[in-house]
Design a protein around this ligand. Sequence first.
Ligand SMILES: CC(C)(COP(=O)(O)OP(=O)(O)OC[C@H]1O[C@@H](n2cnc3c(N)ncnc32)[C@H](O)[C@@H]1OP(=O)(O)O)[C@@H](O)C(=O)NCCC(=O)NCCS
Length: 218
Amino acid sequence: MSGPHCERAPPATTPFTGVDMVLRTGTSADAAAAAALHAGQIREGFLASLGPRFLGRLYRRVPHVPGSFLLVVEAEGRIAGFLAGSVDVRALYREFLIRDGAFAVFDCAWRFIRSPRRVFETLRHGTSEEGGEPELLAVAVDPEARGLGGGRALVEGFLTEIARRGRSTAHVVVASGNDRAVALYRRTGFAVVERFELHRGSESLLMRHSASSPREPS
Ligand SMILES: CC(C)(COP(=O)(O)OP(=O)(O)OC[C@H]1O[C@@H](n2cnc3c(N)ncnc32)[C@H](O)[C@@H]1OP(=O)(O)O)[C@@H](O)C(=O)NCCC(=O)NCCS
């Protein structure tokens, strides 16, 4: 909200200055921070609606599944952003279901029951023909640290990581109205290959990157 009578509450933490923003591989110890960023900053997709406890469990699993990884950017000793990626999304969901399925059902059953259509839409996407291609699953940067290059560092880190694993193409699904994210993906060499409705009534973009895609200069 804006206007003279609606002052924004001061941020709970001091703003990041962007000095010494460092990219590194994430571990299970970063899962809670990644989950909080996902639940708080990503407005789209079914996963965000499952809440930080579910996401924390998922992100604790990610670094332990071969082919899946977390990246984080740190500024001033705090986590300023995270990215989750995978070269084998099916293996990630399979491992999560096997090892954490009981927790997921117990913790989130009511959400699944309340929105079965969104669960179906999400799973259908997860088993689509892109299922065998590396996927950028989620990326978010703390609002206090945006516009400082953290998002670009994370996406470029993702591309470096999949190349290190011998893969030359990748995709991401993003809401067409998410201008900042779409701009970030375009600037790092992704291009729109398809427009579709992942969830009824809202348009999503499938964007793909291939090793030959040009990355725009910073
Ligand atoms: C998308 C997001 C990760 C970008 O993070 P960021 O740290 O601000 O990104 P960067 O500072 O590295 O900027 C990268 C590019 O994003 C774009 N961008 C940055 N700030 C922008 C703004 N205010 N408006 C429009 N585009 C912007 C620019 O194209 C920029 O290109 P450049 O590197 O050539 O300057 C961040 O806005 C975010 O966390 N959004 C909410 C979560 C989300 O929607 N994630 C995507 C869905 S999974």
